[in-house]
Write a protein of this length. Structure first.
Length: 176
């Protein structure tokens, strides 16, 4: 597809900052529709995976793994930071941390700089669990994406970052 990037035709025209060569607007619309359907499909699959947790109550939840993976870089994190990493509310994080601490997967200590803040880090048992999970799922991740070039993967990452940014901006807009 040949798309030339040019300045906006007219301010407020609603036309994007690019102008497709003749005959490619339909192709671009089709590509955007395909991307939208794939994105919605990926989100639906993620919801199904998260819903599976209800059928396996003895296993860690997707969100709990999200907390553990957030800690896997070795640093200590506050409940607020973990809430962002796992995409859950701070009160949910506190509840999950109680369970993860009781299971011996994380440890919590008060910050030296601010005693009001409790920092969480992985225990050796928690680190081993994350490494086992990575070893199990990373080959699937790599195999699923093996046919794509590094450039295509970087482009896909940039597209997803832009979509995330758009949703973050929408979430920050005041409701009308």
């Amino acid at each position: 597809m040949s798309v030339s990037r040019t300045p906006r035709a007219a301010a407020g025209s609603g036309e994007p900052g690019w102008r497709a060569a003749a005959g490619t607007r339909r192709e671009r619309t089709d590509a955007l529709d395909t991307l939208g359907r794939a994105f919605k499909g990926a989100l639906a699959a993620l919801r199904r995976m998260r819903g599976r947790e209800l059928h396996h109550p003895d296993e860690l939840s997707y969100a709990q793994y999200g907390l553990l993976f957030g800690l896997s870089d070795g640093g200590r994190m506050s409940a607020r930071e973990l809430a962002v990493a796992a995409d859950v509310s701070p009160s949910t994080v506190t509840e999950m941390l109680d369970h993860l601490t009781a299971s011996g997967l994380v440890q919590r200590i008060r910050s030296d700089e601010d005693k009001r803040i409790v920092l969480t880090s992985l225990t050796e048992r928690g680190r081993a669990l994350i490494e086992e999970r990575r070893a199990r799922y990373e080959p699937r991740w790599r195999a699923a994406l093996d046919e794509f070039s590094e450039e295509e993967l970087r482009t896909a990452g940039a597209v997803l970052d832009r979509v995330r940014q758009m949703f973050d901006e929408l979430a920050e807009e005041p409701e009308s």
